[in-house]
Design a protein. Structure first.
Length: 417
């Protein structure tokens, strides 16, 4: 029995890209703010502005990368994004002033954003109908391997010098650009290629099923953001902050070990919107249970529940975007989806911080977590209602039928007439 599914060389090249882009990013992430504030001499406020510039640039690059990949081809768009990202990271070696570091992170952020939609669109276009969710689930595994390995490699390089850290991260992106150029097929050219829709974003903004799904999903990402934002703050409140890194490591390892098994279960038994409903209910339940936490091990139990919800939600949301997208605009759809993720993350960071402050001010520390549990329940119900809305549910039904055609699970979607 094969350990990995037969997805094709090109998809594994893209999965390798996902792994190493996450490794390159997470090499830097634990040390980035420290380097900016200590070695580069920026104030805490200026450090925050530099970091924020990179996040905004990534969102802008995601929209741009989606449209460029549809217009000029995925391979060249991804290679360009990787080269721009690598060049931006090299700039940190010589950047010394606030303005130079600000502009350098803008460049690095745009490059990372340009790459992301093309990679997801490539996975969606190259995977067969019945394996899209499986391919996206392995994308999550690859990302978490990078998330786990990156800080370890970054710690080693940072003990040598920040120059070696930035240079090493840049090399990761340059090598990836070369591998994508050599190992991926040339972009489609000629009459057999899908026609590029000149309406672009205008047509996507009139796609009601996709827009409704996206609006609801903004709140999913806002809720999921609390795992990284509010959970560490809760750990500090119960004197467990010193162990918080173990939570994130354990979460990543769980995804690496169990994502394939979880994916096989829900693709066999559940409609994609039902999978989203169960996933967000698990995330809401896990976050809501933090209200009862009094020790680090309570937080571990909550994190495990959230992580299982993540394993339902992450690959399914990407697969739904792929199934709703028009083939000639698939990059643009994933560009908008990346923007939706960023918008939800921003909303979650702002709202989560305010809620934690309010809870302390009124001396009711359980408040945010009870609200998160309620939001998870509300979102789960919303996905269930969307499951009943045929303009959104129907385009996903043929995919589910193909997935389950040769399975022996109990659930079968209703055959179309």
């Amino acid at each position: 029995m094969a350990i990995l599914p037969k997805l094709g060389r090109a998809i594994y090249v893209l999965l390798g890209g996902i792994l190493f882009t996450h490794l390159g990013s997470y090499m830097l992430l634990p040390f980035f703010a420290i380097i900016l504030s200590t070695e580069k001499g920026l104030s805490l406020g200026a450090t925050g502005l530099v970091l924020g510039a990179g996040s905004i640039a990534f969102l802008t690059g995601s929209l741009l990368g989606g449209f460029l990949s549809d217009r000029f081809g995925r391979r060249m768009t991804m290679v360009s994004g990787l080269l721009i990202r690598g060049a931006g990271l090299l700039g940190f070696i010589w950047g010394a002033s606030f303005s130079s570091l600000f502009l350098t992170n803008l460049v690095a952020g745009v490059g990372g954003g340009i790459y992301a939609p093309g990679a997801k669109a490539g996975i969606a276009a190259l995977a067969s109908q019945g394996t899209k969710t499986t391919a996206f689930s392995y994308r999550g595994v690859a990302a978490n391997i990078g998330v786990t390995m990156g800080p370890l490699l970054g710690t080693y390089l940072h003990t040598k010098s920040s120059t070696l850290l930035f240079g090493g991260s840049a090399v990761v992106y340059f090598v990836l650009a070369l591998s994508h150029l050599l190992l991926l097929e040339r972009d489609c050219r000629g009459e057999d290629c899908p026609k590029v829709d000149r309406q672009g974003i205008k047509q996507i903004l009139t796609d009601r099923p996709f827009l409704y799904f996206s609006v609801v999903t903004i709140f999913v990402w806002a809720l999921f953001t609390q795992f990284a934002l509010s959970l560490p703050l809760r750990a500090a409140q119960i004197d467990s902050a010193r162990n918080i890194g173990l939570l994130f490591t354990a979460s990543a390892v769980l995804v690496i070990l169990l994502q394939g098994t979880v994916t096989r279960f829900f693709t066999k038994h559940l409609h994609p919107l039902g999978t989203m409903a169960i996933g967000i209910l698990l995330i809401g339940t896990g976050l809501g249970s933090v209200a009862l936490s009094t020790s680090f091990w309570h937080l571990v139990a909550s994190a495990v529940v959230v992580t299982f919800g993540q394993m339902f939600v992450m690959p399914t949301s990407d697969a739904i975007v792929a199934d709703l997208a028009k083939p000639e605009q698939i990059g643009s759809y994933f560009g908008v989806a990346a923007f939706v993720f960023g918008a939800g993350e921003a909303l979650g960071n702002i709202a989560g911080g305010q809620l934690m402050e309010l809870a302390v001010a009124i001396d009711y520390l359980a408040l945010p977590w009870l609200l998160y549990g309620a939001v998870g329940l509300l979102l789960g119900g919303t996905y269930y209602l969307l499951r009943l809305w045929q303009p959104l549910a129907r385009p996903l039904a043929p995919v589910t039928e193909e997935r389950t055609e040769h399975n022996t699970g109990r659930w079968r979607p209703k055959q179309k007439t």
